[in-house]
Write a protein that binds this ligand. Structure first.
Ligand code: BG6
Length: 503
């Protein structure tokens, strides 16, 4: 594995949730795996005044607590520093530059910097601009990279404006738009499944595939994020970014090489081929829903509108199902479906490739035989793995056919270390590899696709938003969207399915 060059990682928004819950634990994980360079520092930046040691103590709470690990935790904490800064105030940036200079000198780290924007998006304008004003975008004397968290805009216009602003101060090759779905091992494995196996790629097209179903279900509701979510909804929160990236990987052509631009060019082509859903067609192709109060077991579960931070009359979708097409040679006529939602019966993310049936139903007249629908399930989480459903003869007289499962579970690879999504992505950025980061043009294309749907909802309040009781698979009308097939009802266990799952 390539070693990362010595550098300082600056985290803007160091007192925020993401830093504590994801970034610091991911960096610790990289430290324990010896993936961090020897000369490395993290500089947390935020408005509160904190000495370095207090910042370290605060971060320690989010690291493993087992006594036998304390030596390695303490060794990691030595790399953390803190700088008070009013991020929105351009005049304060010389202070940041001076601190970076001091740290670099005392730790012998050259001017290689990664700036992680873990802040509210309203600072995405001022931070890059202010960094540039003090020359912290200048890559001539060391790399300068900027990691940006979603949302990359809240609509097509703001996404374009954001990209334009970023490009005023940084080059595209310095920009790392993080989409943690691309950091998931199982999402990356979709490329390997497709392009390293001789058996799948020849049938990965409209001649053999009937339709493709992508489900990303969560059992949790909006928890304490009602204020944010009510202005976002499932389309902006999950579909425009995470699930469109998954579509990109499932549908793309083989890249010429495994390299950032080669892969991201192919993803872009998929987005360019999406058949637009016009505002007038939204009711036909998209179902939106919102969870309502219900009983799950004995527990009374709140409806979305009762959640804190949510408007009493909110029409924000917590569930979304969409049917769409990719108009190119490979996918002509193949429907793609995406279904995502909060407060569904299981936490599951998976892609299901539904293959066409055999041209002739040879065993159809055997009592008890149903046509076999071959499905390849690429399970992203949990119980990560791959499942193939095939027809098998039921032993005994006649030719009765039954569908059986062939499956592989990642946890069978007990000696293999599965990095966290953030760990993997941070490491890639440290090594200058943007393959698993979203590129600006693709982000805008994905917005172009979803924008008419958002417009239709905003302009036509008559488009229904269906209630669904918390703990169910969304509004019943979702079934009608899939006019030639049935949604899979996945369970937490990859090989199980059906409306009634183990809890
Ligand atoms: C985040 C969304 O980006 O992804 C959340 O803001 C969502 O609402 C989360 O719960 C899902 O991520 P994961 O990795 O748990 O599937």
């Amino acid at each position: 594995m390539k070693q990362s060059e010595p550098h300082i990682l600056v985290i803007f928004g160091a007192s925020g949730d993401l830093t504590k819950r994801k970034l610091i634990p991911a960096l610790y994980e990289l430290h324990t795996q010896q993936f961090l360079p020897e000369k490395f520092a993290v500089l947390g930046v935020s408005r509160t005044n904190l000495p370095d040691d207090v910042f370290r103590t605060k971060m320690k709470e989010f690291l493993p607590q087992q006594p036998q690990l304390q030596e390695s935790v303490d060794a990691f904490l030595e790399h953390l520093y803190y700088q008070k800064l009013s991020t929105s105030d351009a005049v304060e940036y010389p202070v940041l530059k001076a601190r970076l200079g001091e740290l670099g000198k005392s730790l012998s780290i050259p001017e290689n910097y990664i700036f992680y924007l873990s802040t509210p998006p309203n600072l995405y304008q001022i931070i890059p601009e202010s960094l540039a004003t003090v020359g912290l975008n200048d890559k001539s004397n060391g790399f300068k990279r900027l990691i940006i968290e979603k949302p990359f805009g809240t609509d097509i216009k703001s996404a374009q404006a954001l990209n334009k602003n970023l490009l005023n101060y940084f080059d595209e090759d310095q920009l790392y738009r993080i989409d943690h779905y691309l950091g998931k091992e199982t999402v990356q494995n979709m490329l390997v499944t497709r392009f390293s196996n001789g058996i799948f790629e020849p049938i990965w097209n409209h001649n053999f595939i009937h339709h493709i179903e992508i489900t990303s279900a969560e059992t949790l509701g909006v928890e304490d994020r009602g204020g944010y979510y009510d202005h976002s909804g499932a389309m902006r929160d999950m579909v425009q970014n995470h699930l469109m990236q998954v579509v990109g990987l499932v549908a793309m052509e083989p890249p010429v090489i495994i390299e950032a631009d080669a892969i991201r060019n192919e993803i872009l082509k998929v987005f360019q081929s999406l058949r637009p859903i016009k505002e007038t067609e939204v009711e036909k192709f998209v179902i939106r829903g919102q969870y309502t109060q219900s009983h799950i077991g004995k527990e009374l579960v709140k409806g979305y509108r009762e959640e804190s931070g949510v408007d009493d009359h909110s029409r924000t979708e917590t569930f979304l199902a969409i049917k769409f097409f990719i108009d190119n040679f490979r996918w002509a006529g193949v429907p793609f479906y995406i279904r995502t939602g909060k407060k569904l019966p299981a936490r599951v993310t998976e892609v299901v490739i539904h293959f066409k049936n055999t041209p002739h139903h040879l065993f159809g007249n055997q009592a008890g035989t149903e046509p076999v629908s071959n499905q390849l399930v690429l399970r992203i989480q949990p119980d990560e793995g791959i499942l193939l459903k095939i027809g098998m003869k039921v032993p005994g007289a006649g030719f009765r056919v039954q569908t059986v499962n062939m499956n592989f579970h990642y946890n069978e690879l007990s000696d293999v270390y599965l990095p966290s999504a953030y760990g993997r992505l941070l490491l890639d950025c440290m090594q200058g590899d943007a393959t698993l980061y979203a590129r600006g043009d693709a982000v805008e294309k994905a917005w172009e696709f979803v924008q008419p749907i958002l417009n239709a909802w905003q302009n036509n309040p008559d488009i229904p938003i269906y209630g669904y009781p918390a703990g169910t698979w969304g509004p019943e009308v979702t079934d009608d969207l899939m006019d030639d097939g049935l949604w899979r009802f996945p369970c937490k266990n990859l090989a199980h399915d059906g409306e009634y799952c183990e809890l």
